[in-house]
Design a protein around this ligand. Structure first.
Ligand code: KG4
Ligand code: ZN
Length: 347
């Protein structure tokens, strides 16, 4: 029987302050999120200094809120987890400092969580969580990766974007189309009014035979297509922009669907997990769902609220790590097959 753990998780790597409490037996006890999207929107992207200052304002009230929601005293927590990186240095420091202060005052362990591990594990927050092993498509603003996930902390990179991340391509396309920040939801909303196959954009590296991806050429194709758009705000100009947004969304979805299913086949896996902000894209979800079903592959998506950055995935990753460490400490365990590559670095 696995040791239980109840952990408060803090996410401040970019423009969302997320705090949550996860219990390995009872699941997510409480979570709260403040998004800074509106604050950064007028600058067209995240302003790191403003992000850090806003995290400072939010962490304490959000932590109080989740403790109240869970009906817990801080002293009942087993550990404090925080996003250690990757992310904006100043923003990370806010969460890290608060987490360390709290951990010292409570005399509890402090756990630094890798932001991408949080995303990778976020589908475990579903009511019907996937079992290990699975292939994960991790598509966020900073990363597009395919990983083979054998278990907690056992991640093998199968392929990744050689240039822009999928989310970055959405954000840049949004800018080119004169849409707001964050770009993904804005492009998706416009694409919903667009017609399929009116504009044709390239599907970079679709047939490269590996699991790497590239999205910067697609962005360049959007630049060229935007230059040809009719000007003004008349119905035909709006329709042309919507058709282009639709073409972009279809091109990204085509590449992600093809690469993900090829990776699943390569690994002989039965489960595909989708995580990261772009995983919130409804067209990608529908397309992946349909293609996976056709091939008898089970596909798991986090709830929309857990696709983008949140505290729940950090609390979850922290709790699973505390529980695993307790199991290790509580008795003898042997690993007959233990790859040297799975040793955690000491410093
Ligand atoms: O995982 P995330 O919240 O933050 C990072 O760790 O980067 O991902 C943010 C990215 C942004 O690029 C945003 O435009 C994209 O996810 N995104 C979407 C959608 N919602 C968020 N992209 C496409 N469709 C969406 N519905
Ligand atoms: Zn993220």
């Amino acid at each position: 029987m696995a040791a239980t753990a109840c952990v408060l998780g803090i996410e401040t790597s970019c423009d969302e302050t997320g705090i949550a409490i996860y219990h390995t037996e009872h699941g997510l006890l409480a979570h709260a999120l403040h998004t800074q999207a509106a604050m950064h929107a007028e600058y067209g992207g995240v302003v790191p200094e403003l992000a850090s200052r806003d995290h400072i304002r939010r962490v304490v009230p959000l932590a109080r809120q989740v403790l109240a929601e869970a009906g817990m005293a801080a002293s009942e927590l087993d550990a404090i987890a925080y996003t250690q990186g990757p992310g904006l240095a100043g923003a990370l420091l806010v969460g890290a400092s608060f987490a360390q202060g709290l951990a010292i005052s409570l005399n509890k362990p402090l756990i630094g969580v890798h932001h991408l591990e949080g995303h990778l594990l976020s589908p475990l927050l579903c009511e019907r969580p996937p079992a290990f092993p699975f292939v994960a498509l991790l598509v966020s603003g900073g990363h597009s990766q395919l990983m083979r996930v054998a278990g907690l902390g056992r991640y093998e990179l199968l392929g990744e974007s050689l240039d822009d991340a999928a989310g970055e391509a959405f954000d840049k396309t949004a800018k080119l189309l004169g849409l707001g920040y964050p770009g993904g939801p804005a492009v998706a909303a416009l694409a919903a009014e667009g017609r399929p196959d009116v504009v044709r954009l390239p599907r970079p590296m679709l047939d490269s035979g590996d699991f790497d991806m590239s999205f910067s050429g697609l962005k360049t194709a959007v630049v060229t297509a935007v230059a040809k758009l009719p000007e003004g705000d008349a119905a035909d100009a709006r329709q042309a922009r919507a058709d282009l947004a639709r073409a972009f969304e279809d091109a990204v979805a085509d590449v992600l669907v093809a690469k993900s299913l090829a990776a699943v086949a390569h690994c002989g896996a039965q489960r595909l997990v989708v995580a990261g902000g772009v995983g919130a894209n409804r067209r990608l979800r529908a397309r992946l769902g349909a293609e996976a079903e056709r091939r008898g592959v089970e596909v798991y998506f986090p709830e929309l609220q857990f696709c983008t950055d949140n505290g729940a995935m950090i609390a979850l990753a922290g709790a699973l790590r505390v529980s695993a460490a307790r199991n290790d400490a509580s008795g003898m365990a042997v690993r007959p097959r233990w790859p040297l590559s799975e040793l955690a670095p000491v410093a």
